[in-house]
Design a protein around this ligand. Structure first.
Ligand code: AMP
Length: 644
């Protein structure tokens, strides 16, 4: 069935700043890239006049890159004009560099200068040029003509705005099989509302979608209406029960706050426009950097006048944007209050089961933290916040075309989850077939002295070695004070919630340093692959276990050899020469075995290896006793100088 072009339905996020197209098959949803490998198509169109008097549309990154050069013929943020009259759009007009006019019945039209006069285009036509680019991109990526799409719109779009979006699709040669609310798409991307055995009888809690982009903020509270289909595979219906937001609240405001900070009291007007553009770019880069790093510099060499430069750390940045974040939280409070009224609950008892994060500005750690505190749960951040809406649209598309049948259901975890330990072995924290939700915690330490950063590599699979498992992601706990190997205490927690989202967090208990990440383990997996992985684990079980055992013995023997060698050097003169000779011999025998195992693990026999290690351990007990006794013989405390 698959492959015929009429079956294909893609999901499209037609955004204010960027647009994306995604497709979902048995492996799950994915964004379709263009031939340059770009995932996002900037929602920017330039109308060029060709020599023959024709007009040509340049769409995407090329149009955006040259926007400064062609302000009057480059259209951006056209979504703000879709299906609206000039009067409706009055507040946005100062933000446009192009000419907006009233057309038929006052509807917004764009006047594009041409060599022979001007050309009037509708917002629908501009959006159609963007959709056409996405359709071509999807057709090329899938190797089949695409004619049908699910297109997303904001929850607050009225009928005229939705109709305008459909019309754009038609102009672009696309049948818009469904107009989907963006927050609903975001929820679907996480599989929320896709019926599951475990959820069928449970009351489904509402879902919040927090969408903070470059220029706008929207928060929506969705209710999942049970609509369990006959096969139990139907999706539920999402109903948006409350929305709130601000059409001029976004990452751009943070860039402006940082520019003001960099100018340190100097008026914005004192900077030449060209320098200002570069200063804003530097501020935006600093902002992005501070989502990961601890300190950033904002700076620009002015064409006239001294260099502007100021640095700030994460703490100063967070104090600067506190009020901005609170504006978004205030909207959340309003939306939750409205949702409670709709559900006939008192505001205090209103809660949501999940919070989905959308939009580039949700990468800011303070935003994540405040949202988590406000809703009382860790927000979902496993998916790229720029891609969530398009991915969800493609999930809806695949439901409509029937391709989601046979999806992996998440009542149980189909494959074990764990992390890589030293030597490439795997420590499994959650075993396969565990019911969701589930969590597990384990302590780990370091194997090298003075490590200040610990990598956590998350793995999925049944095999004993990381190279044979599926890598789900990697993150680092940094800033740990240097300590000898084995002393840091790293507590790693795995938590899989009922939607199959895995949160991995790690905290080093002595330094309090922590880091966390979310992933969706089952994305990209089919039921057939799970079967194959299971079969392979059985075939390789014996060999894998032997190898895992040898790796563990190498690691532990190395630690023993280091410790015993160190004690022999310091306290060897306190024991008999015979005993010291025996110790040396046993240590050399074990060291030889370690070396052999490291060059080829098959060349050593695990049982023999174990015996050699045990022998040395037992033999070294005397040395340990001597070293402890010596260490206890401390000097008397230093005397304080006598008073006058
Ligand atoms: P969107 O409209 O969803 O594409 O969001 C774009 C906004 O997200 C812009 O203001 C970006 O500066 C901002 N943004 C993107 N990445 C990051 C990041 N890593 N940290 C902070 N802000 C970011």
């Amino acid at each position: 069935m698959a492959g015929s072009s009429s079956d294909i339905i893609v999901g499209i996020d037609l955004g204010t700043t960027n647009s994306l197209v995604a497709y979902c098959d048995q492996q799950g949803p994915r964004v379709l890239v263009n031939e340059r490998g770009e995932r996002l198509v900037p929602s920017v169109v330039r109308y060029e006049s060709t020599a023959g008097g024709e007009s040509r549309a340049v769409v995407g990154s090329e149009a955006r890159a040259a926007a400064g050069e062609f302000p009057a013929t480059t259209i951006s943020s056209v979504k703000r004009l879709m299906g609206r009259s000039v009067d409706d759009a009055r507040a946005d007009l100062p933000y446009f560099s192009f000419d907006v006019r009233a057309g038929e019945r006052g509807t917004a039209r764009l006047a594009i200068p041409t060599p022979s006069g001007e050309r009037i285009v509708s917002p629908q036509e501009v959006s159609a040029d963007i959709l056409r680019t996405l359709r071509e991109q999807a057709s090329a990526a899938l190797g089949a003509e695409v004619h049908r799409a699910v297109v997303t719109v904001p929850a607050y779009f009225d009928d005229a705005q939705r109709q305008a979006t459909r019309e754009s699709g038609r102009l672009a040669g696309l049948e818009v099989v469904r107009i989907l609310n963006e927050p609903t798409a975001a929820a679907l991307a996480y599989g929320l509302g896709l019926d599951r055995q475990s959820e069928r009888n449970a009351a489904k809690e509402p879902v919040a979608v927090f969408d903070l982009g470059g220029g706008t903020f929207d928060v929506s509270i969705l209710k999942i209406l049970s609509a369990g289909g006959p096969a139990g595979e139907e999706t539920s219906v999402f109903q948006v029960i409350a929305t709130s937001g601000d059409t001029h609240l976004g990452g751009d405001d943070v860039d402006r706050l940082l520019v003001d900070y960099a100018l340190d009291g100097r008026p914005v007007g004192s900077v030449a426009p060209g320098d200002m553009a570069r200063l804003v770019a530097s501020a935006e880069a600093a902002k992005r950097y501070l989502s990961q790093g601890d300190r950033a510099v904002i700076g620009v060499d002015q064409s006239e006048g001294p260099r502007v430069e100021r640095s700030l750390d994460r703490g100063a940045f967070e104090r600067l944007i506190e009020g901005w974040v609170e504006r978004a939280i205030t909207c959340c409070r309003r939306a939750m209050g409205d949702a409670a009224r709709v559900l006939g609950m008192d505001g205090g008892s209103m809660r949501v089961g999940a919070v989905v994060m959308v939009g580039g500005s949700t990468r800011i750690p303070l935003v994540r933290r405040r949202v988590g505190e406000f809703f009382g749960l860790d927000p979902y951040v496993a998916l790229d916040p720029d891609e969530v809406v398009a991915l969800g649209a493609s999930v809806q598309a695949s439901i409509l075309s029937g391709t989601t049948r046979g999806r992996l259901l998440l009542d149980v975890i189909p494959l074990s989850l764990g992390i890589e330990t030293v030597g490439g072995a795997v420590a499994k924290l959650i075993m396969r077939n565990s019911a969701v939700p589930t969590r597990a915690t384990e302590m780990f330490s370091t194997s090298v002295d003075g490590q200040t950063s610990i990598a956590i590599h998350i793995l999925q699979g049944e095999r004993e070695l990381s190279q044979d498992c599926r890598s789900l992601g990697m993150f680092h706990v940094r800033g740990i004070a240097p300590m000898p190997a084995g002393i840091p205490q790293l507590q790693v927690e795995f938590a899989v919630d009922s939607n199959g989202v895995l949160s991995v967090s790690a905290v080093e208990r002595r330094s309090g340093r922590r880091a966390a990440v979310q992933v969706i383990p089952n994305h990209g997996l089919t039921a057939e692959e799970v079967d194959r992985i299971e079969r392979e684990s059985v075939v390789h079980a014996r060999e894998d276990m032997a190898r895992h055992r040898v790796i563990d013995l190498v690691v532990n023997s190395r630690l023993d050899l280091k410790w015993i060698g160190d004690r022999m050097e310091r306290f060897g003169h306190l024991v008999e020469a015979d005993y010291l000779g025996q110790l040396r011999e046993a240590a050399e025998a074990l060291a030889a075995m370690v070396a052999r195992a490291e060059s080829d693990w098959r060349s050593v026999e695990a049982g023999e290896f174990y015996t050699a290690k045990e022998f040395l351990d037992r033999l070294s007990v005397r040395l340990q006793e001597v070293s402890i006794t010596e260490s206890l013989r401390v000097d008397p405390p230093g005397a304080l100088p006598g008073g006058a």
